[in-house]
Design a protein around this ligand. Structure first.
Ligand SMILES: *[C@@H]1O[C@H](CO)[C@@H](O)[C@H](O)[C@H]1NC(C)=O
Ligand SMILES: *[C@@H]1O[C@H](CO)[C@@H](O)[C@H](O)[C@H]1NC(C)=O
Ligand SMILES: *[C@@H]1O[C@H](CO)[C@@H](O)[C@H](O)[C@H]1NC(C)=O
Ligand SMILES: *[C@@H]1O[C@H](CO)[C@@H](O)[C@H](O)[C@H]1NC(C)=O
Ligand SMILES: *[C@@H]1O[C@H](CO)[C@@H](O)[C@H](O)[C@H]1NC(C)=O
Length: 640
């Protein structure tokens, strides 16, 4: 409010004031990045007269209270438990203030950007202006370079940091294009042909969590005495005591997110159903295509079909034929997409939120590369009550502001009553490819610092780790942390602070079972710890292109957990209660923790260490444990 009078003066006096005093407060560093992401090299300064579309994302009011709002509807002891917000209330609550709009606009005007170039988005949440590189460098106190990727792709970004006047900085979340690099692989670099690996266009972080396979298997079993060698739907039902027939399938919903070119194969669903769920032969997921999402892709095999087939075969079999499963299939085959494209597709207010999508990281539609030519999807589909995603990034690949913006959206989904599950990663405490962090923020195989996984580290996501039936053990024996082919991702964020709901649980772990590491290994400053829960992630029998494969990964753990939580929603909806929404504050409560099978054996190695160890209570390998369905159901039915 104090700033308004100053602003009026600036507007009234116009250019003369601007010329005399282009800045009315000292400049502060707004965002920085210590290292260039691997693969990129600066080749030369960007030409001063190159025009770039500068986008200024405004801060949203009330974000400081978002934790309070989310807890109010999600904390098990809150009188408002389950009173989720409508999408309209969410959009209104977080719409940027007129003051923020005016302060950013007048900063641009006073620096010589003429009014006709400055545009405000319809939602009022971002301001754009076409400016020259020279103007941007002046506005932001930075230097722009042309960077080239080893695959030949070019990108304009600024060096190390950018700055804003102090009074403007307070009203801005992030400015683009600045420090953000391509996390998404662009076309023109057909990576599926490189190194014989499928790392294809646009699938977000396809690396860190893609399921792993040891190859095809000859015999499949459907008896419970083989669950240590092969997981089937019946093994999972036995492990988690999960037997349930839906009562309210029309009211209930569950969604699985896949990123093209990952695609499920209809005939594989039937092959799987014939063996494991006969009543579902011919059943398909309900397609929610976002930004041209399609299962009609040019490639096939484990790399293209492994993730989608795994997720859908298991979720569909576990929820049974009465319950529809929504498939959010995101992105076309040419450009692909990122998490932000998905979030746009299910929440119209997110499309234009804080600068909208980042063209250097998110798919832009209509596709300029010749793929999907339709309009970008904005709030086309409603979010399902439970949504599971088995894709991820490592935190170091993204900037904090980019992650924060996305994390706020997960909080909003929680406010609206959606449970958001992400797999925790398959590399233990390390990053994808066994890389680990160096003190300067880069990664290398000999890095020593543990490398956390995003979005698992967002406090409003429920992160799911992996367990296994020990070799030679019975399905009724306690599981251990997964130690076959993959290790359960877990640890401590370098970006997000520890939310209150997990403080006691994490403190218990660090006090009773202190890890033999210091700050040169993991973030000891009180960061968000993950995963929250876990489920089996080893030896899944998955039908892929007519054969069965043995598949491993937290990629499996997340959809299986989603199916179990969805049954809880069904039972609540059937008696007129609300869905369980954001579950973390509930599952960390003493009462609910006892409704999980505590995993107390195993570790999640990486970075030349044994990683953390699974211990009684919560741990950064398997969270609070695996679900015990009847116990969880009984507790959740008691809640209002
Ligand atoms: C910036 O320039 C592009 C290309 O000329 C144009 O399409 C766009 O509308 C301009 N944006 C603004 C905010 O003026
Ligand atoms: C499941 O989806 C199909 C196809 O969209 C629809 O016809 C059917 O009514 C749905 N069933 C339920 C229980 O929602
Ligand atoms: C799986 O299905 C195939 C083909 O229908 C059949 O030959 C095989 O015996 C089945 N296996 C099990 C374990 O059900
Ligand atoms: C540790 O995490 C906090 C957030 O909890 C973050 O502010 C800090 O920068 C992190 N430290 C390192 C060395 O990454
Ligand atoms: C502990 O886990 C390891 C795998 O990490 C497994 O080989 C061993 O059998 C487990 N022991 C118990 C007692 O569960």
């Amino acid at each position: 409010m104090l700033l308004v009078p100053r602003l009026l003066v600036a507007i009234t006096l116009g250019l003369s004031v601007a010329a005399a005093s282009p800045q009315i407060s000292p400049r502060v560093r707004h965002e920085s990045r210590s290292t260039i992401p691997s693969g990129w090299t600066p080749v030369h300064r960007a030409g001063g007269d190159t025009v770039i579309p500068l986008k200024v994302g405004l801060v949203q009011p009330n974000l400081a209270s978002i934790e309070e709002y989310v807890m109010d509807v999600s904390h098990p002891d809150s009188p408002n438990y389950g009173n989720h917000w409508s999408p309209v209330k969410v959009a209104q609550t977080f719409r940027p203030s007129v003051e923020s709009v005016e302060i950013v606009r007048s900063w641009l005007l006073s620096n010589g950007v003429e009014p006709h170039r400055v545009k405000l988005s319809q939602s009022g949440s971002w301001i754009t202006a076409n400016v020259t590189v020279a103007e941007a460098e002046g506005l932001l106190g930075t230097e722009y370079y042309v960077y080239e990727h080893q695959n030949g792709h070019k990108h304009i970004a600024c060096d190390k940091a950018y700055h804003l006047p102090e009074h403007v900085s307070k009203h801005v979340d992030l400015v683009m294009p600045t420090l953000h690099f391509d996390a998404k692989v662009k076309p023109g670099a057909p990576l599926e042909k490189r190194d014989g690996k499928i790392q294809s266009v646009g699938a977000p972080g396809f690396g860190p969590v893609s399921p792993k396979t040891t190859g095809t298997i000859k015999n499949i079993f459907d008896e419970l005495d083989h669950c240590d060698e092969q997981i089937t739907p019946n093994c999972l039902r036995a492990l988690y005591d999960f037997v349930y027939t839906p009562l309210a399938p029309k009211k209930n919903s569950i969604g699985i997110v896949e990123y093209t070119p990952q695609a499920y194969v209809p005939s594989d669903l039937d092959l799987f159903f014939k063996n494991f769920s006969k009543s579902q032969v011919g059943q398909r997921p309900v397609m929610a295509s976002i930004d041209g999402g399609t299962i009609d892709v040019s490639g096939s095999g484990f790399g293209y079909n492994g993730e989608s087939n795994l997720d859908l075969q298991y979720v569909m079999a576990l929820v049974g034929h009465k319950q529809n499963v929504t498939l959010y299939q995101v992105g076309d085959e040419v450009q692909g997409a990122s998490f932000n494209n998905f979030l746009d597709g299910i929440d119209g207010s997110y499309c234009t939120y804080e600068g909208g999508d980042d063209p250097s990281q998110d798919g832009i539609y209509p596709d300029p590369y010749g793929g999907y030519q339709g309009k970008e999807d904005c709030g086309t589909y409603s979010p399902a009550h439970v949504i599971s995603t088995s894709y991820s990034y490592d935190e170091y690949e993204l900037t904090p502001a980019y992650m924060q913006r996305q994390c706020n959206e997960y909080a909003k989904l929680g406010l609206m009553g959606t449970t958001v599950l992400y797999s925790s990663g398959d590399s233990g405490v390390a990053a994808y490819n066994r890389n680990c962090l160096n003190p300067d923020g880069s990664v290398s195989p000999d890095g020593k610092l543990f490398a956390p996984t995003f979005p698992s580290t967002c406090p409003y996501v429920t992160s799911v780790g992996a367990t296994q039936v020990n070799p030679g053990a019975k399905v009724t024996d306690p599981e251990s942390a997964c130690a076959q082919v993959i290790y359960s991702g877990g640890g401590f964020s370098n970006v997000f602070k520890m939310p209150d709901y997990q403080k006691n649980a994490v403190e218990n772990y660090l006090t009773k079972y202190p890890p033999p590491y210091a700050a040169d290994r993991y973030n000891t400053t009180g960061s968000r710890a993950y995963p929250d829960i876990s489920a089996n992630g080893a030896n899944y029998a998955v039908a892929i292109q007519g054969e069965y494969y043995s598949v491993y990964g937290t990629s499996a753990s997340s959809p299986v957990t989603a199916a179990i939580l969805s049954a809880v929603n069904d039972a609540r909806l059937a008696i007129g209660k609300k869905p369980i929404g954001f579950i973390n504050p509930t599952i960390y409560s003493t009462t609910f923790q006892k409704a999980f099978n505590d995993i107390t054996n195993g570790t999640n190695p990486g970075c030349g260490t044994a990683g953390f160890s699974a211990q009684p209570g919560w741990d950064p390998v398997t969270g609070v444990g695996t679900p015990n369905f009847p116990k969880l159901l009984a507790l959740w039915l008691l809640k209002q």
